[in-house]
Structures are given as structure tokens and as C-alpha cells.
Design a binder for this molecule. Structure first.
Ligand SMILES: Nc1ncnc2c1ncn2[C@@H]1O[C@H](COP(=O)(O)OP(=O)(O)OP(=O)(O)O)[C@@H](O)[C@H]1O
Ligand SMILES: [Mg+2]
Length: 249
């Protein structure tokens, strides 16, 4: 089998959702966004969840990362059961183990690239100099070593997104979540962001879960799950854009 070996010491899945149900109220009507969805996500590869706008991708990502609670079903992340944990425990879990990258970059206008990356490291209790060193390494890893002193207004969209990736990367999270990370970028910068996410998964053994309706991303993922109407419709692994096996969620 052509499959790329999983590098993590954890041989099991690092994220698992079971029977996930999520409803939202729309006026007086309850809309069922996720309808009993189950899946597992493995470390060391870039997993893409694709599907049309409104099918529930961001909702799924929010449930798997502990940002939202399911109405029914369970989420297990890195062996911990998230559903049922206190808000405090969830906040701590996210701080320690997860990184997030969003479409809108979410950078602070007044901070330099280095300060954006240092900030969460401070919350983790790192000393100032250590945070600065780690920020430099992370910015170098995303090719922005020369831009460390610049503020968002001085950076291009692609550079801003790479700062956001460096910020997520600097704390060496086991789980990296990306929601439409390329949607605001042109083809070249989008490609660069995807290559980076791919490399992080491969080289660090990180579990990278990316949700997007951008069809350009599909051929660059190791595994593709497609969603339709709140359920997983298809699930396959691929290499260089060609399917190599059915994955079993
Ligand atoms: N907080 C909320 N309150 C009410 N409805 C919501 C809420 N969040 C999401 N929804 C609804 O749930 C459905 C799924 O939303 P979600 O954001 O998960 O879709 P998506 O697949 O990420 O779409 P897109 O590709 O446009 O980002 C949508 O119909 C949306 O209107
Ligand atoms: Mg979305």
C-alpha cells in the first residue's frame, strides 16, 4: 500500500467524534446542522473536510476543537473526552494542545508579527526571552524571519496568514485546526499556505484538520472527507491528488 506512515507515537486516532448532533435555532424553527455524524482523524496527515457552504463544516470543527458542545454525541481528543468537560477544562485543553488558523487571520493591528506569535506563549507561562526565541523560529519556519518587526498593515494577505500559522505553530500543538485558511488569498498564496499545513502535519506529526469549500485544496490533502447535509458522504486517502484507499471514519 502506497500509504504514508503515521509518524506520531500515538497510533490511534487523535480526534474522534461519535454520533454528533448539533441544532441551531432559526427563529422558532430548530435547524439540525449535524445529524449523527461520526468520524476519526489521524495524526501526521492533512485532513480536509470539504462540502458546500452551509453544510456544517465550521460547526464540525468547532465541536471537534471544544469551542462548541454537541447536543448529542461525544468528542474525544488526544484521549480526553471533551464533551462533558467543564468550560475551564476546555479552555485549558485548547490553550495547551490546539492551534487555530482562520480565514480572517485574526491578528491584532497594533502588534508586530513577532508580538502576535509571542502573545499566546505568554499565556502558556513561557518567559519573555523564550517566547521571543520561539516566535523567531516559528516565523522563520513560515518564511517570515525578515518580517518579524512588521505590523499587519505592512504585510500582504498571504504574509498575514503565515503569521497566523506561525502563531498557531509556536506552541507546538498536537492539533491544528484551520477554517477556510485560503479563502481570502490568491492562488499562489493559497498554495503556499496549504503546503505549509501539509509540511507541519508530515514533519511534526501534528493532526491538521482543515475545513474548506475551496476546490483547489482537495488535491493537496492526504485525506478528504466530503460533507453533505450534516453527514459525511465520502472519505478517501490520496497521494498527489489520486485516491489510494477508502478511509474508514
Ligand atoms: N450560531 C449559529 N446560530 C444559528 N445558526 C447557525 C449558527 N452557526 C451556524 N449556523 C447555521 O448552521 C449551518 C451550518 O453552518 P456552518 O457555518 O457550519 O457551515 P459551513 O459548512 O462552515 O459553511 P461555509 O462554507 O459557508 O463556511 C448554516 O445553515 C448556518 O446558518
Ligand atoms: Mg464555514
Amino acid at each position: 500500500m502506497n500509504r504514508i506512515p503515521v509518524r506520531s507515537q500515538d497510533h490511534g486516532a487523535s480526534l474522534r467524534g461519535e454520533g454528533l448532533v448539533k441544532n441551531f435555532a432559526s427563529g422558532a424553527v430548530q435547524v439540525q446542522v449535524l445529524r449523527g455524524l461520526s468520524l476519526t482523524i489521524d495524526p501526521g496527515e492533512l485532513t480536509l473536510v470539504s462540502g458546500p457552504s452551509g453544510c456544517g463544516k465550521s460547526t464540525l470543527l468547532a465541536l471537534l476543537s471544544g469551542l462548541l458542545r454537541p447536543d448529542a454525541g461525544e468528542v474525544h481528543a488526544l484521549g480526553e473526552k471533551l464533551s462533558g468537560s467543564s468550560k475551564q477544562a476546555l479552555d485549558r485543553f485548547r490553550l495547551q494542545h490546539t492551534g487555530f488558523v482562520f480565514q480572517g487571520f485574526n491578528l491584532f493591528p497594533a502588534l508586530t508579527a513577532s508580538e502576535q506569535v509571542e502573545l499566546p506563549l505568554g499565556y502558556l507561562g513561557l518567559r519573555r526571552e523564550e517566547a521571543r526565541d520561539r516566535a523567531r523560529e516559528a516565523l522563520e519556519e513560515v518564511g517570515l524571519g525578515q518580517r518579524a518587526a512588521m505590523r499587519p498593515e505592512q504585510l500582504s494577505g498571504g504574509e498575514k496568514q503565515r503569521v497566523a500559522i506561525a502563531r498557531a505553530l509556536a506552541k507546538s500543538p498536537q492539533l491544528l485546526f484551520a477554517d477556510e485558511p485560503t479563502s481570502a488569498l490568491d492562488a499562489e498564496n493559497g498554495q503556499r499556505v496549504i503546503d505549509l499545513l501539509h509540511r507541519i502535519a508530515r514533519n511534526r506529526g501534528t493532526t491538521v484538520l482543515c475545513v474548506s469549500h475551496d476546490p483547489r485544496l482537495v488535491r493537496h490533502a492526504d485525506r478528504v472527507l466530503t460533507m453533505q447535509d450534516g453527514r459525511i458522504e465520502a472519505d478517501w486517502r490520496q497521494r498527489n491528488g489520486s485516491p489510494i484507499e477508502e478511509a474508514h471514519a
